[in-house]
Write a protein that binds this ligand. Structure first.
Ligand SMILES: [Zn+2]
Ligand SMILES: [Zn+2]
Length: 117
């Protein structure tokens, strides 16, 4: 799994664009940021640090675009973060996880169905 670190707060950043790309990140929202952005001159930052800087680089102040798993828009993720992690814990973090995670496409559509319910 591809992982980086926020240059400001040190939080781990999961740079997988697939929701199942890094199961550890989905299980530990306090340790991993799933959304992030990078400034060409300064480095990579977690979504929290970018937001507290007003959508800008916490170091130089240039606007930064927040990216993450494309199946889930960031605004939607923010609104439903607890719900989504609860859902992950209940449905995916259990024996057989690997098999389920291997079917990435199916998993993404299940997440989206969950959101659209
Ligand atoms: Zn940060
Ligand atoms: Zn910068």
């Amino acid at each position: 799994m591809a992982v980086s670190m926020c240059f400001k707060c040190g939080k781990m950043i999961s740079i997988s664009e697939i929701p199942t790309g890094n199961p550890a990140a989905w299980q530990n929202p306090s340790v991993f940021a799933l959304y992030y952005g990078s400034c060409k001159s300064c480095g990579m930052y977690c979504s929290d640090c970018i937001e507290s800087a007003g959508g800008r680089c916490p170091n130089c102040g240039k606007p930064i675009e927040i990216k993450g798993p494309s199946a889930i828009p960031y605004e939607e993720y923010k609104k439903r973060r607890d719900e989504l992690h609860g859902w992950w814990q209940k449905n995916v973090k259990q024996p057989g996880l690997k098999k389920k995670v291997e079917k990435k496409e199916g998993f993404i559509s299940r997440i989206l169905r969950h959101f659209n319910r």
